[in-house]
Design a protein around this ligand. Sequence first.
Ligand code: ADP
Ligand code: ADP
Length: 232
Amino acid sequence: MIELRDVSKVYRHGGREVTALEGVSLRVAPGEVFGVLGHSGAGKSTLIRCVNLLERPTAGEVKVEGRDMLALGPRELRQARQGIGMIFQHFNLFSAQTVAENIAYPLAIAGWPPGRIRERVDELLSLVDLSDKAWAYPAQLSGGQKQRVGIARALAPRPRVLLSDEATSALDPETTRAVLGLLRDINRQLGLTILLITHQTEVLKEICRSAAVLERGRVVEQGKVIDLLALP
Ligand code: ADP
Ligand code: ADP
């Protein structure tokens, strides 16, 4: 479960202030795929980064799986982040590492023994249907394949929550549907809670049950996608 209560974020640079989020509250139920829709600059990226504290909110409460994220010390926060996977628009893969090494990375950081890492990586490669690309480098993959590596890497430590930061925005419509299909399967099979941000209503329609609409840092609507996108 993910819960934001009255979250605000103000960026300060020199004397300039930008309010990216203002009084944002939302609740993502366990096992749900929840979308945040908004135009560029609405605050979506800030919002999703406030969940795993890549950005620290200026005010408000953030709870993930019952944990009060803002109350955690550095060691507890590192541990909590093991339970929160993240995927990105531009995949953020290491270009000098193979597909298998990219997927193994978070497990090596977490101190898994090499034998278990190998087993887990094989399992993940088969989950995202890339077993034949284990030794390939990211530059040798299509966009859709790169994002499948990103998904496998995010799932490696068996998180309960997955954050998706415009994960399909760099992909063509057909690849977008395939990647969203994979996320839907993962949500169903693993009961993973997914919070995704997007500027595309098509993405909401494809996999989200509930969503919030963000405008200028504020949630202006929240509810079932079927109601939010109903024509007037
Ligand atoms: P979105 O993801 O919806 O495009 P962002 O969260 O990236 O929106 O940005 C929201 C607002 O916060 C924008 O006005 C943006 O310029 C500003 N912003 C985002 N990140 C920073 C930052 N690191 N420093 C200053 N302003 C920022
Ligand atoms: P996508 O629509 O998934 O982004 P692309 O249009 O980038 O796919 O690639 C189409 C096909 O070409 C894919 O099957 C992919 O495996 C292959 N491909 C793309 N780039 C390379 C590359 N640098 N080396 C080998 N095969 C590639």
